[in-house]
Ligand binder design. Structure first.
Ligand SMILES: *Cc1c(COP(=O)(O)O)cnc(C)c1O
Length: 875
């Protein structure tokens, strides 16, 4: 091997030499659009199906390595040439479609752009720059944004080694390898300046400046820009910054996040893009907020608060984890090292910067949380399922002291999956026959999925049987190779493979092996599991896949336990572990299993999306009521393990929930699956498959999700950011000044008198007059809102799920005092409580909940009893 230390190596590029007639294939291969177009995938398979497999479904590499004889054959096949042109036209037609927001009458300011930042993107299995759920969601987001025509661009990192590949040792212990990604053979290209050089920007790290190169991928009509520090100009450790996704130590992580956030904003600017709204998909990219604030300060000579007000209006932050370990928290000293030189350009001292990453700004011991930074610099925040919204409001309540839980300004947009990416071709075919291909443009339309009821039971079951059979064929091949690599003997391999059935009830369990996901719950009673698997009339088999984070010994041990069950139990051959879970493995599993199992500790799964992928294929979910399933479950569409209980200990929860899972398998799932009529059809099961598709597919897909992001978060942010920046940002400046003014007055606010007629019981909805006297400490009535907050009282005297109503300003009483009046009404019967509070008022403030700016009337301080000792001493 010749290395650059020995000789100067000059590089050049080689492109496929395709005959002109095949040239459109290059355009198709370079737009990741192909990944959700079965006809496009077919072209590549037709060209060379073996090469398609051996390149890991990578059309760019395929075109670069396909043999001349195959090309010659293709050129002489008129039907093939016709197919190529049809697909190319489809691509052009899809990209030219009138955007959904224009069709639906949303008016956006001219040239509006939303930039979507994420640390990983999972779009196609050949492009390994994702690790799991977050990446797949981001990939699906881009695909739906392309279908909808949302003015969105995306930004991420181009990892030289991507995410690690998993294989197992003979003992079932996870091993990791990190192959190089070959960028030249991937659907990604350098972004170049007019003189042909790669566009590069710089970020500062302690004592040096690091060059960051810009690349671009195309997902339908959405550009995805990717950053890379592996440039000659950088020293070796800096070249490695974008080496591995979620690899390295905390220090690597902060460097990656500086590149992503700060480098990302600079890279976009270098190619003339100044996004109007930035969406931080998870906290990894939150440094982008600091860079955007810095730019505002520099361009408009603002204070930090003024610039923050403007920037936050244009930021959307989505949190994806309720697990504290899932959030990046950097020690203060590390943040000081890395942001010391940046702080002055924010017109903040280091303490001011650190406070942005703390839940409790005064607690100097708190590490710097990227999620908290994102929250403090984004006016719009959301979780990713209804339940996760509740959990997130709890988790970050401390950021908004004294704001009632349900008013903590974190909403939710439930995740989805990109239907055409995850739906199996055969079901797609069935839907197309029922509907033409019209449905593909409206996957979020309920009426469309109802058409599944028009598919006959026979056809649907046949489709599903085919899926299971092709899954099992793939499992046998894959397993044979993997077991051989693990050193298992041939007879033993044959035994394993022969033990699998094409027709048995097949359970899929594939997810990241983190301990909270309880991958081993099913092993809790191994004997009982054995009886279920080996049932004479109702056999069951389980397919398992998933990676543990390389540093997570607990997660790796779960994998080992499952593999050991496979090695040791009599029923072991019915529990199979497939290595290296990725989009390819996922697609096989979610399309061909009968049951999709999920057993997290409740409250720990933000959403989960693999279950949605299964559901749109008619694979029934059996899961703890957590994440999306808490929202989606109905008895006609699947099964729930437990009923949202909380248990005194994890051990008890594991006992009860594993028991509940066994019960379901023994008494409901097994019997229903094996109950066949004269035609051999499980009618009830098929009915559930149809309900599952009809009810879940229209909602849990990313077209619905992206529309919701657009309508509820992006578009309002576009409008608000646009408003705040009028007249050289004068509204943003006002907002900041007014906030300061309010903060000064706030501690002096007081509710001095409240009178309401509550001595006799109120009727439901019967109004009673309410009169409140407040001391506004010099603020004018226009600057505040005085509200009554009312709701049912629980046994601890707390108001649960209260709601607030503004009181009207009635008169000024002089001396800073004012009377407000309104009505007290309750919507239901029972014990109620109310409280009076003051919030900032005015149009700019009403959409916001500003930490610290909420004043509640409190109980009058009790007269302090004189301490006995002091009294004694005085005598
Ligand atoms: C869909 C998917 C995930 C996320 O699924 P969860 O249900 O959130 O675990 C993870 N990894 C891969 C490869 C996927 O395709």
């Amino acid at each position: 091997m010749l290395s650059p230390e020995h000789a100067r190596i000059r590089s050049f590029e080689v492109v496929p030499a395709l005959p002109d007639a095949l040239a459109p294939l290059i355009d198709i291969a370079n737009n990741i659009w192909w990944s959700w177009q079965p006809q496009a995938v077919d072209l590549f398979k037709r060209l060379d199906s073996e090469l398609w497999e051996s390149t890991g479904h990578n059309p760019v590499k395929l075109l670069g390595t396909v043999q001349q004889t195959k090309l010659d054959a293709a050129v002489n096949d008129p039907e093939f040439l016709h197919a190529i042109n049809t697909v190319k036209q489809d691509l052009e037609r899809d990209n030219a479609r009138t955007p959904w927001h224009i069709q639906s009458g949303h008016e956006l300011p001219e040239g509006s752009t939303v930039a979507y930042f994420c640390a990983e993107f999972g779009m196609a299995e050949c492009f390994n720059i994702y690790s799991g759920g977050l990446g797949c969601l981001a990939g699906d987001h881009l695909k739906s944004a392309s279908e909808l025509g949302i003015p969105l661009i995306a930004l991420g990192l181009l990892y030289r080694h991507g995410y690690f590949q998993q294989y197992l040792s003979a003992d079932g212990w996870q091993q990791e390898t990190t192959p190089d990604l070959d960028f030249a053979n991937l659907p990604v290209e350098q972004v170049k300046t007019a003189d042909g050089q790669q566009v590069t920007v710089h970020v500062d790290l302690p004592g040096r400046s690091v060059a960051v190169g810009l690349w671009k991928s195309t997902v339908g009509r959405i550009p995805l820009y990717l950053l890379d520090t592996n440039l000659e100009a950088n020293r070796p450790d800096d070249r490695a910054i974008t080496g591995q996704l979620y690899g390295g130590d905390m220090e690597t992580r902060i460097k990656q996040e500086i590149v992503l956030g700060i480098g990302g904003v600079r890279a976009l600017e270098a190619i003339g893009i100044r996004p109007d709204v930035c969406h931080m998909n998870e906290g990894h990219s939150a440094f982008l907020a600091l860079e955007r604030i810095r730019r505002l300060i520099e361009d408009h000579d603002l204070t930090f608060d003024e610039a923050r007000a403007q920037a936050a209006a244009s930021h959307v932050f989505t949190t994806h984890t309720p697990v504290p370990a899932g959030i990046d928290r950097f020690p203060s000293d590390m943040v000081k090292t890395y942001l010391q030189s940046f702080a002055p350009s924010l017109r903040l001292d280091m303490e001011g910067v650190l406070a942005l990453g703390r839940d409790d700004v005064s607690n100097k011991n708190e590490p710097f949380s990227m999620a908290t930074l994102a929250i403090r610099t984004s006016d719009a925040c959301n979780g990713v399922s209804k339940l996760h919204g509740v959990v997130s409001r709890d988790m970050w309540q401390a950021v908004w002291p004294h704001v009632p839980h349900e008013e903590v300004p974190i909403t939710h947009v439930t995740n989805g999956v990109h239907a055409r990416t995850w739906l199996c071709d055969e079901l797609l075919g069935l839907l197309n026959t029922q509907l033409g291909d019209h449905w593909r443009d409206h996957p979020a339309d309920h009426g469309i999925w109802d058409a599944i009821h028009r598919v006959s039971d026979e056809d649907l079951w046949k489709m599903h049987q085919n899926q299971r059979r092709s899954l099992m064929a793939w499992v046998r091949t894959t397993l044979t190779r993997q077991l051989a690599d693990r050193g298992v003997s041939l007879p033993k391999i044959k035994e394993c493979v022969d033990g699998l059935s094409d027709d048995a009830l097949t359970i899929g369990f594939a997810r990241r092996f983190a301990t909270y996901k309880r991958g081993n719950l099913i092993l809790r009673d191994a004997e009982r599991l054995k009886r279920i698997l080996m049932h004479a009339d109702r056999p069951v088999q389980i397919l398992i896949a998933g990676k543990a984070h390389p540093a997570d010994g607990g997660g790796k041990d779960l994998i080992r336990q499952l593999v050991h069950f496979g090695l040791e139990s009599e029923a072991g051959h019915k529990v199979v572990f497939i290595e290296n879970y990725d989009m390819h493995v996922a697609r096989h599993l979610v399309q061909g299993c009968d049951i999709w199992l999920n057993t997290p500790k409740r409250g720990m799964e933000a959403s989960g999306t693999s279950g949605m992928k299964a559901a749109i294929n008619g694979v029934l979910n059996c899961s703890i009521l957590d994440g999306w399933w808490d929202e989606a479950f109905e008895s006609e569409v699947g099964w729930a393990i437990g009923r949202r209980e909380n248990y005194p200990s994890q051990d008890i929860a594991d006992d009860i929930e594993s028991n509940s899972l066994y019960e379901l398998l023994e008494h409901q799932i097994g019997p229903l699956f094996y109950e066949r009529d004269e035609q051999g059809l499980p009618r009830e099961w098929i009915a559930r498959m149809k309900q599952c598709i009809a009810k879940l597919a229209p909602f849990f897909n990313t077209n619905r999700m992206v529309q919701q992001y657009a309508e509820e978060l992006y578009f309002p942010a576009l409008v608000r950011a646009h408003t705040l920046k009028q007249d050289d940002l004068s509204p943003a400046r006002d907002l900041a000044h007014q906030t300061t003014r309010l903060r000064h007055a706030w501690s002096k606010l007081a509710v001095t008198d409240v009178s309401a007629e509550t001595d006799s019981p109120l009727g439901v909805s019967e109004p009673r007059p309410l009169s409140v006297e407040v001391d506004l400490a010099g603020l004018s009535p226009e600057e505040v809102r005085v509200q009554v907050y009312i709701g049912e009282l629980d046994n601890d005297g707390r108001v649960a799920q209260g709601h607030a109503t503004n009181l009207g300003h009635h008169e000024s009483l002089g001396d800073g005092k004012h009377r407000y009046t309104g009505q007290l009404t309750a919507q239901g019967s029972g014990r109620h409580g109310f409280a009076i509070r003051i919030l900032p008022g005015g149009e700019l403030f009403e959409p916001l909940t500003i930490p610290g700016l909420i004043h509640w009337e409190t109980y009058a301080p009790k007269p302090k009893a004189e301490p006995a000792k002091a009294v004694a001493a005085a005598k």
